[in-house]
Structure formats: C-alpha cells, structure tokens
Design a protein around this ligand. Sequence first.
Ligand SMILES: Nc1ncnc2c1ncn2[C@@H]1O[C@H](COP(=O)(O)OP(=O)(O)O)[C@@H](O)[C@H]1O
Ligand SMILES: [Mg+2]
Length: 241
Amino acid sequence: MSESDVPRPKVPTGVAGLDEMLGGGFPAGSVVLVTGLPGTGKTCLGLQFLLSGVAHGEKSVFLSLEEDVPQLTETARQFHWPVDEAVRNGSLKIVRLDPKETRQSLHRIQGELGKELEALGATRIVLDSVSLLNMLSDDEPGRRTTLFALAGACRASGATTVLTAEADPRHPEITRDGLSEYVSDGVILLGYRTGGDGHRVGLSLRVLKMRRTAHVRTVQPYSIGPNGLVVDAKAVDFGGP
Ligand SMILES: Nc1ncnc2c1ncn2[C@@H]1O[C@H](COP(=O)(O)OP(=O)(O)O)[C@@H](O)[C@H]1O
Ligand SMILES: [Mg+2]
C-alpha cells in the first residue's frame, strides 16, 4: 500500500449534513473546490469552515480576492460566529488580496507561497475566489499555471483548503474557467433548485468528487439559516442541479 493509498483523517467542515455525506469531512490536506452561481453561499461556507476550525483550536487564513475585510467580518457576525475574537487572538487571519498583484506575485514566488502559508501555521485555508484571478488572464496556459501553482502552494503548506469559484451561468455544473475542478481533490457543487415553472425554490448541494472518499453522490437540499449553511443529508434525492 503506497502512502497515497492510506486513508487520510477527516477534517470536519462545520456544515451540518455535509460531514455526513463525506463520511466525516474533507480529507486532511486536500484542496476542495466549492462552485456555484452567485448567492449560493460559497463565501459563507468558506467562513463557516474556518470558524469551525477556530472552535477546535485550529488556526486559519481567509484569502479574499472579492470582499473587503469589514464585509466578511460583518457576514460572520450576522451568523453569530465569534469572528472578532478569532481575529483578535490571531486564530483567524483575513487577508484582502489585490487580484492583479496576486497574479503577478504568484508567478514570481511560485513555491514561496506554500512556505509563507506554512509559516502562518494555518491548518485551514480559504481562497475566495479563484474566478477573479482567472478573469485577469485570457490565455488558458497562463490560467492553468497560476491555478496549479496556487493549489500546489496550499497543498505544500499541509493545510486543508477550500477554493471557491463561480459556476458557468450556461452550465452551472461546471466552473466558469473549466479548469479549477482539475486542480482540486474534491468538488462541491452548490446550486439553485427550480420548481416546475422555472422559478428558484431553494438550494441544493452535490459532492461531485472527493478523492479517497466514499462519498454520497445524491443531490441534497440545504439552507442558509441564522447560523450558516445546513445540509439536509437525509432528504431523498430529488435530482438537479
Ligand atoms: N445572515 C444571513 N442569514 C440568512 N441568509 C443569509 C445571511 N447572510 C447571507 N445569507 C444568504 O447567503 C447569500 C449570499 O451568500 P454568499 O456566501 O455571499 O454567496 P456567494 O459567495 O456564493 O455569492 C445571500 O444571498 C443570502 O441568501
Ligand atoms: Mg462570494
């Protein structure tokens, strides 16, 4: 049995129901992509994942390419997560990155990012979102290189990582860039459920891939409530998204 065949310990996601679908959580050290249309809760899920780690005494870092630090802290406060305390005591770092600079520095530093992340001592990383990074480059080889470098740096740090990405509005089961899923060890798809009349009636989640994990493949409903995302892992599969 090679090292890569050894089942990894699971990292609880902080999302009730999702852990059940994954047999305990994300495989430790993996890079998991969370994709979905705007408003499906990708940013919320990222924050929830990190604050659940903080609750277990872990350190985490949120790399934001989209929202500012005050916006993100306000979102977390609204869900009653102890974000201010976590930032104050250093167990959560929220870093606002300029997409343009990040792309340039990624080319420059490549493997260095992994070391920097390791130095932070974070066991959980969120990067929200890779879509903005990708939009800055219209050549696919460049995007591919950036994404591989990013995923590699996160993996090298030893942390468990969540990357978020916008879904393609025409094909919401794949990302806009069509690449992020290939650099990730796992893919979680968040989507809108539509009623017979085509109106959005709710949200649903599907685990498309999770390396080395016997995961549930059905589509399960979820909601965004006062304490964040909650997946109903027991509901019967009703198809979509
Ligand atoms: N405090 C809250 N209570 C309930 N639902 C919320 C709350 N905050 C945000 N939401 C829901 O989450 C959605 C935004 O989630 P977000 O994580 O920003 O989505 P994404 O990052 O996928 O665009 C909002 O449109 C709203 O439906
Ligand atoms: Mg978002």
